[in-house]
Design a binder for this molecule. Structure first.
Ligand SMILES: C[S@@+](CC[C@H](N)C(=O)[O-])C[C@H]1O[C@@H](n2cnc3c(N)ncnc32)[C@H](O)[C@@H]1O
Length: 293
């Protein structure tokens, strides 16, 4: 087998067998993952795929990746699909990641909203690949700091992701202490509760903040998003990087449709829209404006 990746899988008696990810099975998995999520896996991701799927083989007590592919082709495959995507997608995130976007929110966007006396509608923000929630809660912390508690109706945050596993973490809003290192101590004190007893070593986002963020499942590549009103600001960061160019272009068009004129799209700092056709205007690194206000 050429360049095969292998993984030790325990059998029912706890003995280890070495499962190998054959070319045909890897090709099948890559095609399936691409069809479902548009995540493009090249040959260099083979070891990563085999290692992440080892858990699923053990869960189903399967000995080979071939058997796992058969499971995915069977009627039970539809249910397994979401576990497959969960294992493959990279969910890395942290609070106040790419701080310059939060400076932009604080220095430009929030003052503009506050100064707009005619505005009666709430400011709407979408964390479009929210992962475990740190991005959406970082936005919520900024807004809670800038709007008085009595002005809670003035902003709304939606958080979405394709992975149900990360959404459960996001909804719970409980994080280990070492994941909170990038939060300034005064903000940590105001917006988090320290866990006790079995929750020692954890912090939970305070209820009043958690209630302000609505998390739901959404595949960015399935048009027909469920929102009835457009957004003032969309964070779609560090997800486009996994898609090929045509998919990125489609996604940017779909996201632009969800923005109000004058609204902004924020992408990851390593995600450039420069060689794409789109209608947005670059106003700062990784910050795009929908013209027309
Ligand atoms: C690396 S995390 C980015 C988290 C956050 N936006 C940040 O920048 O820190 C990428 C997230 O995109 C999600 N994702 C991947 N493909 C997706 C899709 N087609 N639709 C929605 N979310 C997707 C993954 O589940 C993962 O949680």
């Amino acid at each position: 087998m050429s360049a095969s990746a292998s993984k030790k899988i325990a059998d029912a008696d706890g003995r280890f067998a070495t499962a190998q990810l054959a070319d045909a099975d890897y090709d099948f998995l890559c095609r399936l993952i691409y069809e479902r999520s548009r995540i493009h896996l090249g040959p260099d991701k083979r070891v990563l795929v085999s290692s992440r799927l080892g858990k699923r083989l053990r869960h189903h007590e399967l000995k080979t990746y071939g058997e796992y592919c058969e499971l995915l082709r069977s009627p039970a495959g539809a249910e397994e699909m979401s576990f497959l995507i969960d294992q493959i997608s990279t969910n890395h995130t942290h609070f106040f990641r790419e701080l310059k976007h939060f400076d932009f929110l604080q220095e430009v966007v929030i003052p503009k909203w506050k100064a707009d006396a005619r505005r009666t509608e709430p400011c709407r923000i979408w964390s479009a690949a929210s992962s475990t929630g740190e991005e959406a809660y970082s936005i919520a912390i900024h807004l809670a700091e800038h709007f008085a508690p009595a002005e809670t109706g003035r902003w709304q945050i939606e958080g979405t992701d394709i992975s149900t596993r990360v959404l459960e973490v996001a909804q719970r809003g409980v994080y280990e202490t070492d994941r909170l290192a990038s939060i300034p101590p005064d903000l940590l004190r105001r917006h988090f509760q320290r866990g006790t007893n079995q929750w020692a070593g954890h912090f939970r986002v305070k209820d009043e903040l958690r209630r302000r963020v609505n998390f739901q499942h959404l595949n960015l590549l399935e048009p027909g998003y469920p929102f009835t009103r457009p957004f003032d600001l969309i964070f779609c960061r560090n997800v486009m990087i996994y898609f090929d160019r045509p998919t990125q272009e489609t996604l940017v068009r779909l996201l632009a449709e969800q923005l109000v004129p004058g609204g902004h799209l924020l992408v990851g700092h390593s995600e450039s829209l420069s060689s794409m056709k789109h209608t947005l205007k670059l106003v700062r690194p990784a910050v795009y404006l929908k013209p027309g206000q």
